[in-house]
Design a protein around this ligand. Structure first.
Ligand code: ANZ
Length: 798
């Protein structure tokens, strides 16, 4: 290898730190750029290559923006609360704060070793009381506005983890972490009313630059449905009615039965006594199932209550059933079943022999959910679906039978955990009347108390309850013992980086006005409906309350792809295909890895690690080194060496392209452009500084240590990473295209545009793109080609 990476890497890391090169200035008259990575859980295992896949692209952008004259905020912190840290602490027996601190220090050392240009003065940890003071403050603000409340709710209880999990943390009826079974159980919990923000969160998506699939994911999660609420009278009941939510009020004449969720409060009231045992048994059998299991159940199950509803228009009697495919917390927890046009209702009707009526024409057989003319539908007959919906809704409204209704799937955010390692919820409860009092800012932070052991208790009570001295807040009040979920701190941490040492506010309006919103936020796509939605909710709330200055936190969001093992499979210990960043760095140096990560392929795709690939990148760096320095490490560049126009053009196009590519996050093509220019330089008999220095400058965001070293050795002063980006000459970026006539066997069939140095093969390819030429060459073999760029390409074919 041409250069010694160990020496160079640590030399420049020290110099950058000493000179505070990455300090984000405030106040400043410069334009700002805020490049943010999703901060990591500081796990004891340290950095893995997945972290590098996220931090390298944002670091390239940050360095590039600095060279472009921006005042860059590129911070890094630690999402230190949450289950992984706690479980590690439980396993090792030490306080989570200690293990967390150790892990943070290790992460930081590793991050520095890759040359990431973080401003460590602004670092934060969500488990630091100075930080979570403000997380707690935000909670009290939410509480005061009625957006934090307590409710007895059926929760996802994980007996193995001994904690409640949010819907997003449950996958296929199992805990996301660890894959333990999850059951439904009623428990009193803290909830945040994110549902009040359904519409703003939807609308806000139009104002931000997020990947389409992320926007789609959030839209689906929020799940806006336009429809109607319709009231049905109950046979034999005078006052009680049943309300259903439907997206298809046009199909009301096709409703042949009703279904209530088993938990629906009307069930036991309407069920005649003789049916009660059967109905109760059914309710019992479904209550243990998780919502996910209920949705996924292959076969529908249900139970007839013995009661009947009255169709609001035809006055027909419709049997009322209960079934667990109807969910209690969506719409009104009751549906009108239209088996002719709804798949689930159809299956149910078939299983229990219920009537099926067609009310929409179309499809070979039922159920048919498409559009078509209405039939068997009285005053709707002949109308299209859209017109029928309108007509039915206005009929319902005129007759006072129902009304148009917007429905969202989004649920409130389950915000309490019965765990130790989280932010204490900063409220106290009156012993006598149970009323809640949020603590004032002066009493924050409520620091995590010491407890005898961190294990959650079997009963589901939080470990904080064990410290009774702490729990007894005053004579009249006891403290809340639940803690916040891992996603609390990450819902606003990006604001704190703008003003991390502020003791009076979560971040000053001045600092936020300057830095916010985040210009580029990079992280994994798995956070689509968790963190990325929660943080948008908090930001919007804080904006309304005057604590934040923008309604949206992130102007642009991107997701990096996954780095797979060399075998193309997800890296995992059991597969033995895990690449350890520290090992690879020891062999190849930080820069080769950084450049390799950029060069592997589009940053947002999954791609396998390849040791050959790293070798190739390292060779590329070595070639640049050897171009500049001889074997004795003396500079071997020649002042005044001729710089042919062709080569100049390649350079200027490369400068332009690398900038454009970084802006559009096409890091891989930026690297290959620099490789092409390097090859170009190798073709020249003599190379001068003028040819090499701009290459070093544009390579610097990718290979910062290597480029600083060369920059210095070539006699330049200052740090290359803050040297203004080189200018390119637009005149040298346009190709002089030469119009060339294409002939087949002597007859002109069209023209192609080539450059002076376009090869015969490339010219032939261009000619093949012409339909006229294709037609002439069909079924023939090319026997001879005469090619004169700018004049003629004659193809002789038989
Ligand atoms: C009658 C009907 C006829 C329906 C038809 C659909 C098709 P989205 O689009 O997801 O909002 N529904 C309403 N509340 C429900 C609940 N709590 N649990 C399960 N299903 C429920 O779905 C709305 C439709 O889902 C509603 O429209 C209702 O069935 C059902 F040809 O009503 B529909």
């Amino acid at each position: 290898m041409a250069y010694s990476h160990q020496e160079i890497d640590s030399k420049w890391q020290d110099l950058w730190t000493k000179n505070q090169i990455y300090k984000a200035e405030f106040p400043s008259t410069k334009p700002k750029y805020y490049a943010l990575d999703m901060f990591p859980y500081p796990s004891a295992k340290g950095l893995h290559v997945g972290h590098l896949a996220s931090y390298t692209p944002t670091d390239v952008v940050s360095r590039y923006k600095r060279a472009q004259g921006f005042n860059v905020l590129h911070p890094m912190g630690f999402d230190a609360f949450g289950l992984p840290a706690e479980q590690f602490a439980i396993q090792t027996g030490t306080h989570p704060a200690l293990t967390t601190e150790e892990a943070i220090n290790n992460f930081r050392r590793q991050m520095d070793a890759f040359g990431f240009s973080f401003d460590w003065d602004r670092s934060l940890s969500t488990a630091d009381p100075k930080f979570y003071k403000w997380t707690q403050f935000i909670f009290t603000e939410l509480y005061k506005k009625g957006l934090a409340y307590q409710k007895e709710v059926p929760v996802n209880w994980c007996p193995a983890l001994k904690t409640v999990l949010a819907n997003e943390e449950v996958v296929d009826g199992k805990s996301e972490r660890g894959g333990h079974p999850v059951i439904r159980m009623p428990m009193k919990q803290w909830m945040l009313k994110i549902t009040d923000y359904s519409e703003p969160l939807l609308q806000g998506l139009d104002t931000v630059d997020f990947p389409d699939r992320t926007k789609e994911g959030q839209k689906n999660w929020i799940g806006k449905s336009l429809g109607a609420e319709i009231r049905f009278a109950i046979k034999g009941e005078k006052t009680e009615t049943l309300t259903v939510f439907t997206t298809r009020p046009d199909t009301l004449f096709g409703a042949t039965f009703m279904v209530l969720a088993p938990e629906h409060p009307a069930v036991l009231e309407i069920t005649p006594t003789e049916k009660l045992p059967e109905v109760k048994a059914y309710i019992d059998s479904t209550s243990r199932k998780s919502e996910v299991d209920r949705k996924a159940a292959k076969e529908k199950s249900g139970c007839f209550t013995g009661a009947f509803a009255i169709h609001p228009i035809t006055k027909k009697e419709l049997p009322i059933w209960i079934a667990d495919y109807v969910l209690i917390d969506y719409g009104s927890g009751a549906i009108m079943a239209v088996p002719g046009h709804d798949e689930r209702d159809f299956e149910f009707a078939q299983k229990y022999g219920l009537e099926i009526v067609r009310v929409v024409e179309g499809g070979d057989e039922l159920p048919y959910s498409g559009d078509g003319q209405m039939v068997n539908s009285d005053f709707l007959n002949g109308l299209s679906k859209e017109d029928a919906i309108k007509k039915m809704v206005s009929h319902l409204e005129n007759q006072n039978l129902g009304h148009g209704q917007v429905q969202y799937k989004l649920r409130d955010w389950l915000f309490s955990r019965q765990r130790y390692w989280g932010e204490p919820i900063p409220v106290v409860k009156n012993i006598k009347d149970g009323s809640i009092k949020p603590l004032s800012l002066a009493e924050l932070p409520v620091e995590l108390p010491e407890v005898a052991n961190y294990e959650p208790s079997e009963s589901g009570e939080a470990p904080l309850a064990r410290n009774t001295a702490w729990v007894n807040y005053s004579e009249d009040y006891t403290r809340e013992v639940d803690t916040m979920p891992g996603s609390a701190g990450s819902s606003w941490y990006f604001l704190r980086y703008t003003d991390p040492h502020n003791e009076n506010e979560l971040a000053s309006p001045e600092a936020q006005k300057y830095w916010m919103p985040v210009d580029l936020y990079l992280g994994g796509p798995e956070h689509t409906v968790g963190h990325l939605l929660y943080s948008r909710f908090w930001q919007r709330f804080l904006y309304e309350q005057g604590h934040a200055t923008t309604p949206e936190p992130y102007a642009k969001l991107a997701h990096q792809g996954m780095i797979l093992g060399p075998d193309g499979e997800k890296m995992s210990k059991s597969r033995g295909n895990v690449i350890n960043p520290d090992d690879v760095k020891a062999d190849f140096g930080a820069d080769a890895i950084r450049v390799y990560i950029c060069f592997m392929g589009p940053y947002d795709r999954d791609k396998p690690w390849s040791t050959d690939g790293i070798y190739g990148v390292r060779r590329f760096l070595d070639r640049i080194w050897r171009l500049c320095l001889d074997e004795d490490q003396n500079v071997q560049l020649q002042d005044g060496a001729e710089f042919p126009e062709d080569a100049q053009k390649v350079l200027h196009k490369t400068i332009k392209k690398v900038a454009q590519d970084i802006e559009s996050l096409n890091f891989n093509t930026a690297v290959s452009a620099m490789m092409i220019y390097t090859n170009e330089l190798y073709k020249l008999p003599k190379v001068s500084k003028e040819m090499v220095l701009p290459l070093i400058q544009i390579l610097a965001p990718f290979a910062p240590h290597f480029c600083e070293e060369l920059w210095q050795r070539l006699g330049q002063t200052g740090f290359v990473c803050v040297t203004p980006w080189p200018q390119y000459d637009e005149n040298l970026c346009v190709d002089n295209l030469l119009v060339t006539a294409v002939q087949v066997n002597g007859k002109t069939r069209g023209t192609i545009d080539v450059e002076a140095n376009t090869s015969e093969d490339e010219a032939l390819k261009l000619a093949h793109n012409l339909k006229t030429v294709q037609a002439q060459l069909e079924g023939k073999n090319i026997v001879k080609v005469i090619y004169k760029p700018g004049r003629i390409l004659n193809i002789i074919a038989k």
